[in-house]
Ligand binder design. Structure first.
Ligand code: FAD
Length: 360
């Protein structure tokens, strides 16, 4: 192997700013009753929505948590049955069954949230901060005339939240003093659902159908569902993977990314990429990690040929262990890495592939 140096100086300091007022219209006064907007697939609730329930739990110890599911067909009913027993803190499952909600378009979903809120008057509405929640929640907030608090990573009181600002370089504490409902998107990596909280045997919440007879179509909605393009892969989902193997511009081509895919297969890991790698067309943009991509916090994050720009760090700096391989000893990624290897990735990856056993 060529000469390499191991360096490992981790400094992931973030500044904490004092609490600031987010809005000042009038305080939320009563106990929390929270609506969690849930995303479902294949008859079960997606993991980030379970994290949203976990976050809702921290709003108030007496919080009553309802989950809203929408869609149509047998998979919706299956998901509703799953939702009823997916988490002991869910006290009710609301189901909106209509072809309008077949696809996650913001317009009909936002109208649905407005309708449900007008009837149930929840104190809080929470969704995970993925593309689903980020698409729907702000529009619903506009219809309800409130300002959402986004990307919450910590809840200390029912109206006091911590969220990252300046691409994750500072943490800001905000107090929501607006009108009902207080609407939040939460980072699922900060509210991991506990394994024992998904015990399906002990708990069954009641399921009720949302009456859609007064549902108003959004007449100004301009988006249209065209098609879903998704990659068939046995690798874990990037957002929830325990190990993430990320490649940057240093990989140089789409062809070279295949090495990284092999490594991910051996490690049972998800593949991630920097924006530069995505922009260069090496991989599709759903693999992008960072400020404008996915936020991940796996147990192990391996970065190959990644410089460590702040916009990339914003998406992975909370990973438990960070390993970086870069030929430039001054690359900023080494400032957040627990283990750093100064070396050529075109030597390191083949050597790793050779030494790691095949996955059973
Ligand atoms: C508003 C905004 C939002 C952004 N959002 C994101 C985001 O979400 N995610 C994101 O990633 N970026 C984002 N960016 C872009 C970001 O600023 C950087 O440009 C990008 O992260 C750089 O990607 P990179 O590290 O792959 O490329 P580079 O910065 O070009 O780094 C490539 C690295 O590879 C190393 N290298 C080269 N060859 C080898 C080799 N053979 N072996 C080992 N190492 C090698 C080099 O030393 C270098 O450090 C955003 C930028 C802006 C302005």
């Amino acid at each position: 192997m060529a000469t390499r140096a191991l360096i490992g100086a981790r400094s992931r300091a973030t500044f904490r700013l004092p609490a600031s007022r987010f809005l000042s219209i009038g305080p939320i006064s009563r106990f929390a009753s929270t609506l969690v907007i849930a995303e479902h697939e294949g008859g079960s609730i997606k993991a980030p929505s379970l994290s949203a329930v976990e976050a809702a739990k921290s709003l108030d110890k007496d919080n009553s948590i309802s989950m809203l599911l929408a869609g149509s067909g047998p998979s919706l009913q299956e998901a509703a049955a799953y939702a009823a027993s997916c988490h002991p803190s869910v006290s009710k499952v609301l189901v909106a069954d209509s072809d309008r909600f077949m696809h996650p378009l913001a317009e009909p979903w936002a109208r649905l949230i407005q309708l449900v809120q007008q009837r149930e008057n929840f104190s809080h509405i929470v969704a995970a901060s993925g593309s689903f929640g980020k698409n729907i929640l702000p529009r619903a907030a506009a219809l309800l005339d409130v300002s959402p608090v986004t990307d919450v990573i910590e809840i200390s009181e029912s109206t006091k939240f911590v969220r990252p600002i300046y691409a994750g370089n500072a943490l800001c504490t905000v107090r929501y003093t607006g009108a009902h409902p207080c609407m939040l998107t939460i980072r699922s990596t900060s509210f991991q659902a506990q394994p024992d909280s998904t015990d399906s045997k002990a708990h069954k919440a009641p399921i009720s159908q949302v009456d859609l007879s007064t549902f108003e179509e959004d007449t100004i909605g301009k988006s249209q569902y065209v098609k879903l393009t998704s990659q068939e892969s046995e690798r874990p989902d990037l957002g929830n993977a325990r190990i993430v193997v990320t490649g940057g511009r240093g990989l140089k081509s789409a062809e070279n990314f295949k090495m990284l895919e092999k490594l991910a297969e051996k490690l049972g890991a998800a593949v991630g990429a920097t924006r530069a790698a995505v922009d260069a067309g090496f991989v599709p943009n759903d693999l992008q990690v960072g400020q404008t991509g996915k936020i991940v916090a796996p147990e192990l994050y391996l970065a190959f040929g990644v410089s460590g720009a702040i916009q990339h760090l914003a998406g992975m700096r909370d990973s438990k262990v960070i390993v970086a391989v870069n030929k430039d000893a001054d690359a900023p990624i080494f400032q957040v890495a627990d283990y750093g290897l100064v070396g050529d990735l075109f030597e390191v990856i083949p050597e790793l592939l050779e030494k790691l056993p095949e996955k059973n």
